[in-house]
Each structure stands twice: as C-alpha cells, then as structure tokens.
Write a new protein. Structure first.
Length: 98
C-alpha cells in the first residue's frame, strides 16, 4: 500500500526502474498495472508524466488523492486485492515472499 492505493508503490517502483533501465524481467505496465490505472481513472501517459517529473511517493499519493474519486480507488483496490488475488499470490511465491 502507498497511501490508500494497493498497487501504487509497486507500479511506481517498476516504472522508475524501467526509466532507469534497471527493471530486469519486470514489466512496468503489465495487465495488473493497467487494470489498476484504468480503474483509478489515470492514464498510462499521465502516470508516465508524473514519474518523468520526478514525483516522490508522497507527491504521487497527493496526486492520486486529488484525482481519484473514493469509488474509483475502492474499485482499483478491490480489483487487485480480491479479483486478482491469485495472481498476486503466485507472484509472491515466485519471488520467495510467500
């Protein structure tokens, strides 16, 4: 969690790593990331611009709090934490965190 957003920290880290050329096998805008952004009502281009501008985590939370309605946030979080839970569990197992 970053602020009240379940995927924001991971997405920000992956996009920052991609921009730095250090992402390894990770895909910044994977289907889970795109599903999160779509449900939050933030476009990929808008998110790219935020990262390109160098927003830190606190500034990202502030931006999301100002641009994402409570219902959108809840829908985005529910999508990841409930609907896509099996994918998150598989990622955790693959990365040795489960």
């Amino acid at each position: 969690m970053l602020g009240r957003y379940s995927w924001l920290a991971r997405l920000a880290d992956k996009v920052r790593a991609e921009r730095a050329g250090t992402q390894g096998e990770y895909v910044a805008y994977c289907p889970l990331s795109m599903g999160f952004l779509d449900r939050a009502g933030i476009t990929r281009d808008a998110f790219d611009l935020l990262i390109a501008q160098g927003l830190d985590d606190a500034a990202l939370v502030k931006y999301f709090d100002e641009h994402v309605a409570d219902e959108q946030r809840e829908t985005a979080n529910r999508y990841l934490l409930e609907e896509q839970r099996h994918y998150l569990d598989a990622e955790d197992a693959e990365e040795g965190r489960a």
